[in-house]
Design a protein around this ligand. Structure first.
Ligand code: GRF
Length: 200
């Protein structure tokens, strides 16, 4: 069974979905560590409730990104982490972490990349009056939401769509899709997905 670390900065609803699927036996993985860059974030409470070890840090306490990523790498090595799963980690991964885990870092993003990368993808899609948005799961490289795409699932944006309704639809997909894809990737090393709703 693969050892994974979840990286999160805020609420951690995707983290919770992963915890729940692991507990239910649908996702074969061991969550060895939560890495959180915001002390006080709700994801930390979720980790505590689930008995998952936590490394929480404040980037401001370190002279540079290389320094806090070095510390993260030490924590990951100590915990025996093999895969890094970003789930609402609001920070670009730098060269220090990327070098250690290249090809073994995943991210989930609330749009059909390459459309609407970066912050507030839901707001960006609404502002652009897009007809479709969705969810992308991809490998992480040194760009902003630019790495190779593993799977995408689309959601239609209705004429009366609000930020809340679109957010709810997107998160509903995320909570199902991320654990499902993680299970395939971590247990079989490949991903098969319904082509009707997905683009590779
Ligand atoms: C998710 O929408 C994810 O796609 C994006 O950040 C959000 C995190 O939400 N990267 P949560 O903290 O998992 O609730």
């Amino acid at each position: 069974m693969k050892n994974i670390a979840i990286f999160a900065s805020g609420n951690g609803s995707n983290f919770q979905a992963i915890i729940d699927r692991v507990h239910a036996g649908d996702l074969t993985a061991h969550i060895s560590l939560l890495v959180c860059d915001r002390p006080g974030a709700y994801c930390v409470e979720r980790a505590n409730a689930a008995g998952i070890p936590i490394f929480v840090f404040n980037p401001k306490d370190y002279p540079s990104k290389a320094d806090f990523e070095q510390k993260i790498c030490e924590q990951l090595t100590t915990a025996g982490v093999e895969w890094v799963i970003l789930a609402g980690y609001m920070r670009l991964v730098g060269p220090t972490l990327l070098k250690e885990y290249e090809g073994r870092i995943l991210n989930i993003h609330p749009s059909l990349l390459p459309e609407f990368p970066g912050k507030d993808a839901v707001g960006q899609a609404l502002a652009a009056k897009a007809k479709w948005s969705g969810v992308t799961i991809h490998f992480v490289d040194d760009g902003m939401d630019t790495g190779p795409i593993i799977v995408q699932e689309r959601v239609r944006i209705e004429a009366n769509e609000t930020r809340e309704s679109l957010q709810r639809k997107i998160q509903g997909i995320e909570h199902r899709l991320y654990p499902e894809i993680l299970h395939m990737l971590l247990t079989r090393g490949e991903v098969k997905h319904d082509e009707k709703t997905s683009t590779y």
